[in-house]
Ligand binder design. Sequence first.
Ligand code: ZN
Length: 458
Amino acid sequence: MKITFCGAAGTVTGSSHLVEANGLRVLLDCGLFQGSREIDERNRSPFPFDPASLDFVLLSHAHLDHAGLLPRLVHDGFTGRILCTPPTAAIAKLMLADSAHLQVEEAAYRTRKAKRRGEAGTPPLYDMDDVLRTADLFQPIPGYGDLVDLGKGLSCVFHDAGHILGSACIELRTSNGRLLFSGDLGNRHQPIVRDPSTPPHVDVVLVESTYGDRVHRSIEDSIAELRDAIHDVIPGGGNVLVPSFALERAQEVLYELFLLWTRHDLPQCRIYLDSPLATSTTRVFERFPDYFDDEGRKVFSQRPNPFDFPLLHYAQTTDESKQINAQPGGNVIIAGSGMCTGGRILHHLRYNLWNAAAGVVFVGYQAVGTLGRNLVEGTKSVHLFGEEVAVRAKVWTVNGFSSHADQPILMDWIGKAKPRDLFLVHGESASQKALQSKIQSDLGIVPRIPAWKETVTV
Ligand SMILES: [Zn+2]
């Protein structure tokens, strides 16, 4: 079995690994590189293989850093099938369409600027045509635990990763042994999704290491912090802004707000989901209750439920979004983007940040250099739409909503898979090194940290 690490090797984004076994070429994930300009440039560098020569893509889940380069793969000649769970297929199509829209917009903006300098513009990484061709290649597998025959004696099984709806760890069974790719491994006790399933015992493991050096705070503490922030702000007449990712986090926040409402533990307020992508994703969640955990299935089997209760309003159009700020305060506004790098959250920040009665609650990771990170770090003013806006609103950082496994969960999972060969992927250097030495001392396995485009034979 030969493995080439085509992305998420020494970084957290661009997840993609080529496995060659039994005469077949299978790509695990085809993710977008995201982050600094230097990292972004990798999205345009040639694939370290011929896309036309691939037989399958096995997709772990719908996040763009795992699926976001698929349209380019198709544009460059891939015509095989993309296997994934049914919710992943449905959500990935939405995410890719949204991504194509942003790619085209950004390329048009850059081209306008380049032309003014007398230079040629750059084409988008991919467009909606590429996404439609990609969507035709999706082939949902029957479900978790089912053996899927890939031909030539190769087969695969998708196991529940417990990360986001439909997420999977992918097991490849070859004539030379078994390989398990973690995809992104979930946290325990997350709302809606199940806990990560127990991994099978295998020969080779590729495991993510995003939080390989950390232990998460409990979700209960985070729900209490979210509740306290709302109780602090709403009675004073301010708005609570919740910058959120459209996929999974927005649905989890709605779920927790609904439970607080059923316990009569929310002040009188209006809750807005102000993100068309989050709303479409929410509609997909409603189609797949079988993928929820026991509590989630019970909560969603009745009405009202987290996606349909009297306080909740969906703002679809730009006008509906603007109208929210024309009202008096007392609104909880969930909007993207999660790190305040774009999207409708920006105009809500402009309307509310200067107001000491307002609040901003961060429920997700804020990368260095983003507006979200600056607010978390206590900046006193920000630039929005060419204006300087003072930051007087209160800012809360709620850390326990993580969708990623922390060190104890990763250790437990690796200990159960008990591989002969272990590769740490999808992590920054510090967390990978911490996890590497912990594994070596506690489990007696020596994990390797592969470099980008490195090939190994196992
Ligand atoms: Zn993910």
